[in-house]
Design a protein around this ligand. Structure first.
Ligand code: CA
Length: 234
């Protein structure tokens, strides 16, 4: 039985979804705001998430960003009254699998869920050798804890990292030992390539070196690769 998490604050809609999804043999949990949504996501480990954008406590964009920081694969379907193209684009850039505007047709909704789940089955089969990384990684004297969003820097101090910094470290770590272009890093860490230039990555790397390198001028972990970009070595 596939598990679906519905993060939706409109009570009637949420209950209606619960009923219809249960009738279609899905196991359903509902969360009525963004913070609760993240909490249930962690404990329930759903196969698919249905996410509203306008939510109390934490909006859907933030929830989406948080989930994608730790899980690139769980399918997320946005169900929103916002139908502006910019909102759709923003969601797709952040790794959404499908987007439906309210009001919606129930049959279409169920079909889309089925399709998204099917696709995710295929891709997880294709992804047997997953490049999931542990929630805490170590290199040199430093460590980064993705769940706590904290790190131990080169001076032995605990520091807080931003979501963007964490994402970039994650992509570098997943591809450690490989020279990566700025374009690759932009697309894979931030999900965009047009509205940011490659200087963005350079600035991030400068910051990461300041945090994690004993001698930022001769980095041991966040290395420059001439004519390519950067390479992470643990
Ligand atoms: Ca709402």
């Amino acid at each position: 039985m596939k598990k679906i998490l519905v993060i939706e604050d409109e009570k009637h809609l949420a209950e209606g979804l619960r009923l219809n999804l249960s009738l279609n043999n899905y196991q359903v949990e509902i969360a009525s705001d963004g913070i609760k949504g993240l909490k249930v996501w962690r404990s329930f480990k759903p196969d698919l998430i249905i996410l509203d954008l306008m939510l109390p406590e934490m909006d859907g964009f933030k929830v989406l960003e948080e989930i994608r920081l730790f899980d690139d694969r769980v399918p997320i379907l946005i169900l929103s009254a916002k139908s502006a193209v910019e909102d759709k684009i923003r969601c797709l850039k952040k790794g959404v699998d499908d987007y439906m505007s309210k009001p919606f047709n129930l049959d279409e909704f169920l079909l889309r869920i089925e399709r998204v789940l099917q696709r995710s089955d295929w891709s997880s089969e294709a992804n047997e050798l997953s490049n999931e990384i542990p929630s805490k990684i170590e290199f040199g004297k430093c460590w980064v804890d993705f769940e706590q969003r904290s790190a131990l820097n080169a001076e032995g101090n605990i520091i807080d990292l931003t979501v963007q910094e964490l994402k970039l470290i994650k992509v570098l770590y997943q591809n450690k030992g490989k020279a990566l272009s700025r374009k690759f890093l932009l697309e894979n860490a931030f999900g965009y390539s047009i509205d940011a230039n490659s200087r963005t990555i350079d600035n991030f790397i400068v910051r990461l070196r300041k945090y994690f390198e004993t001698e930022p001028k001769s980095p041991q972990h966040f290395k420059s690769k001439r004519a390519v970009g950067y390479q992470f070595d643990s």
